[in-house]
Ligand binder design. Structure first.
Ligand code: KE4
Length: 423
């Protein structure tokens, strides 16, 4: 497979950007191939700088649920561009998008649009602390919530240990209020509440984890979190940057029937343009400036081009709910092909169009079991699929995303490639 142009661009890019990329996972660090520089995308396909076409299962890490360059989104964005790119003033489109988000996710009674998932989660945590007057938060090992200082942590040796930064440049002081529990482990959460009575502002969780590979909440885990936070005067924050509008138009809160206090969104809500959002109970959001004392701002927040893409994307999903049943069938077919081919040698975790294969014969229910997967095997599988023209996440600890544009032919071609991968 030709990769000269990507290789040349990668060498040049490395002179100007750390690792030659603007987000680490794109550098293919754990799969050891030349990262593909993408020149265009349409529907389920992406084309790289050497002209190679791939069936895309990254979908820009989630935003591309409709498929790339969805006609109504492109048309609306092109028109919006001719009306100007950014005004730094309120626009009608922000009202339209906020009302549409509320219609699809009623728990978001009031919200603030921002420009990334990181910004959404960082701001939601600040609002939670401002509302409760408490400093500590609980996150879960293996969950990723963007790169704000206080969330770049991993657990200490035991659940009761406060977190230690897992990035250089984050002062230890910035993470001493971050407590780390273990996904699907209710005892680890109970111990933290016991040891930090009256000090915990919020629990933040990916309701379906997708940053240690996909890990589903076990039966009752989310409702346990809903109860223990209520019982302790803490807030429950669902980080739905990935699950929002992915599991259904109601996201995870709709899918599981759990009403968190705050929800964060990203990715699909902007249809591929830079948008994040955080929101929830009105009385919490009324703490946010200029109404309340929790400061948060952004030059490009609610940007008219990004909100246009978001409105068109959510409108398409709202008007075509059949997309989600189709995504379920496509995911099911892929899951079956993987399980059939790698029986006993791989575990597939899936919910709808969000899935991961782990090369381990054990169940993957948390970070500890996820990291037992054979990452070298994953790298080899990634490379085999890349050469077959199938573009997967270049890391075992990411997710596979399916779009409405993936045809039966795409799915069958992928299943055929899967069935040809033996080890
Ligand atoms: P952004 O700041 O990257 O828009 O969103 C951060 C974020 C927050 N919450 C969750 C649950 C997320 O998955 C993310 C970002 N997801 C990664 C993919 N694992 C983005 C890809 C990347 O970092 O390049």
């Amino acid at each position: 497979m030709k990769e000269e142009k990507s290789k040349e661009l990668f060498e040049e890019a490395k002179k100007w950007m750390p690792g030659g990329v603007n987000s680490p996972v794109r550098a293919y660090g754990s799969v050891g191939r030349v990262p593909r520089f993408i020149s265009s995308a349409k529907g389920s396909k992406i084309v790289d700088a050497d002209g190679n076409e791939y069936i895309d299962y990254v979908c820009s890490w989630g935003p591309g649920i409709l498929g790339h360059a969805y006609p109504s989104v492109i048309e609306a964005v092109q028109k919006a561009c001719s009306d100007g790119l950014s005004f730094g003033a309120p626009t009608e489109k922000e009202v339209v998008l906020a009302k549409l988000i509320h219609e699809l996710i009623p728990a978001m009674e009031m919200m603030r649009l921002v420009s990334s998932g990181t910004e959404a989660v960082m701001s939601a945590i600040r609002a939670a602390r401002g509302f409760t007057g408490r400093d500590k938060i609980i996150k879960f090992k293996g969950c990723y919530h963007g790169h704000s200082d206080g969330l770049l942590v991993k657990a200490g040796s035991a659940a009761l240990t406060t977190a230690v930064p897992d990035s250089a440049g984050v002062p230890a002081d910035y993470t001493r209020n971050t407590l780390v529990a273990y996904y699907n482990d209710e005892t680890s959460v109970e111990k933290l509440f016991e040891a930090n009575k009256g000090q915990i502002a919020a629990v933040v969780i990916e309701p379906v984890a997708a940053n240690m590979g996909v890990v589903l909440p076990k039966e009752g885990f989310l409702s346990f979190l809903r109860k223990i936070t209520e019982d302790n005067g803490a807030l429950l924050i669902f980080d739905e940057v990935i699950t929002g509008f992915r599991l259904g138009t109601g996201g995870a809160s709709g899918y599981y029937g759990i009403r968190p206090d705050l929800i964060t969104l990203g990715k699909i809500v902007g249809g591929g343009m830079p948008i994040g959002a955080y929101g929830g109970r009105r009385e919490i959001m009324e703490m946010v400036s200029p109404l309340g004392l929790v400061y948060q701002a952004g030059t490009l927040s609610g940007n008219p081009i990004a909100t246009t893409a978001g409105i068109e994307t959510l409108t398409a999903l709202k008007n075509h709910p059949e997309i989600y049943e189709e995504l379920e069938q496509k995911g099911k077919r892929l899951e079956e092909a993987m399980k059939e081919t790698w029986r006993g040698k791989a575990t597939v975790n899936r919910i709808g169009s969000l899935m991961s294969v782990f090369f381990t014969n054990e169940e993957v229910t948390d970070y500890e079991s996820a990291v037992k997967a054979d990452t070298k095997r994953y790298a080899d599988y990634f490379s085999y699929m890349l050469d077959k023209g199938i573009y997967l996440a270049p890391s075992q600890f990411e997710a596979m995303f399916i779009s409405a544009a993936h045809s039966t032919g795409d799915i069958e071609r992928t299943c055929e490639a899967v069935s040809g991968y033996h080890f």
